[in-house]
Design a protein around this ligand. Sequence first.
Ligand code: FES
Length: 120
Amino acid sequence: MAKLRILYETGEPEKVIEFDPAQAPFQHDGQPGSILDVMLGHGVDLEHACGGNCACTTCHVIVKSSMAHLSENSETEDDLLDKAPGLTPTSRLGCQAVIEDSEDGEVVVLVPRYTINQQV
Ligand code: FES
């Protein structure tokens, strides 16, 4: 089993999801097994204006721990992330960052207060 802990910059209570990465996809948006896929498939919302197709930045999350358990960034993801408000060195697009395995720990992500949709 893998574990995803979700923190919120808004102060909303954190959430923890335990899941089996081999069962992905959990729903139809984003890369199978991505942070977005795991969250939506377990009833936890995350903005995803483009439907998880790596074409907006509304699914921006900041990885706080276990970055090594995630898939590599693609060039398209990096280009898009450059436009995300509040970009950090550990920012990822939730729809593209696949949790590959976290048997020995948990992936912790922070959902930023603002997405590009909320800014305009
Ligand atoms: S949902 Fe649009 S880039 Fe992830």
